[in-house]
Design a protein around this ligand. Structure first.
Ligand code: 8X3
Length: 271
């Protein structure tokens, strides 16, 4: 199948649902070969099959826990065995845990957020970079958040790790400019995925409130932007992109116009 990404090899983390899954399918539609990582391998297999139907040259999934060093190593051993190299890395795995003020926040929530959003992203990137060497105009796309730009109550650690994603992106951009590796970050605002369900540990009523009365971004909206970043000509690097619902002017300035337009999407993803 021909497409703007045909002949290109794409690795996506957190690909079992939400933004990761939508990005995989959207990249597949462009004819890419997609290699997907996530902990939920059954759901990953389902996404891989949707990618094959969408036109992927190849779509396969493999267990990946970005918080675990040996899992990252095993994942990239697999990538190395399957692919001649990697052209696009989408660092999507991550998410928020809890919305407690720092004074009462839980260690396990902090540790989970630092491990997945920050350390996981860094170790996945470190493992992937050797596979990008020698490819034509490779690109690393990090999924950050508007929370990396603006602090809000109850999200000190989440804001800190997402600001960290921005800083890793900028440092890496400088480190890789000589090699011609592009590095960019996309910072989405409220997106209707499993994000809120994960943050509130399965509390449907609290999760639903996040999207209540407004029209949030959908995973596909963010996926579309990621594919746009990945399909710029080789001399163009989108360093940063902030994408928000029209109803969200700022992290905490959201217009809620009426009853919920859509239910909480149980098939979405944490970010
Ligand atoms: C998710 C966006 O506004 O819930 O990263 O922090 S927000």
């Amino acid at each position: 199948m021909s497409g703007r990404l045909s002949g290109r090899w794409v690795v996506i983390t957190g690909a079992s649902s939400g933004i990761g899954a939508a990005t995989a399918v959207r990249m597949a539609r462009e004819g890419a070969s997609v290699l997907l990582g996530a902990r939920r391998v059954e759901r990953l297999e389902h996404v891989a099959s949707r990618c094959r139907e969408a036109g992927a040259s190849l779509a396969e999934g493999h267990y990946l826990d970005v918080a675990n060093v040996s899992s990252v190593r095993a994942f990239f051993d697999w990538v190395r065995a399957v692919a001649p190299g990697v052209d696009v890395l989408v660092n999507n795995a991550g998410g928020a845990h809890g919305l407690d003020p720092l004074a009462t926040a839980k260690d396990e929530d902090w540790e989970a957020m630092v491990q997945s959003n920050l350390l996981g992203l860094a170790r996945v990137t470190r493992a992937c970079l050797p596979l990008m060497s020698g490819r034509s105009a490779p690109i690393v796309i990090n999924v950050g958040s508007v929370a990396g730009h603006t602090a809000y109550e109850g999200a000190a650690m989440y804001c800190a790790v997402k600001a960290g994603v921005e800083m890793i992106t900028r440092a890496l951009r400088l480190e890789l400019v000589e090699q011609g590796v592009r590095v960019g970050c996309i910072a989405p605002g409220i997106t209707e995925t499993e994000f809120a369900m994960v943050r509130f540990k399965g509390d449907v009523a609290r999760a639903r409130k996040v999207y209540e009365g407004m029209r949030p971004l959908q995973a596909e909206d963010v996926a579309e932007a990621i594919v746009w970043m990945a399909t710029r000509p080789p001399h163009v690097c989108v360093d940063e992109m902030i994408l928000k619902s029209t109803d969200q002017a700022e992290v905490y300035r959201v217009v809620r116009r009426g009853p919920p337009s859509t239910p909480v999407n149980p098939g979405g993803t944490a970010r």
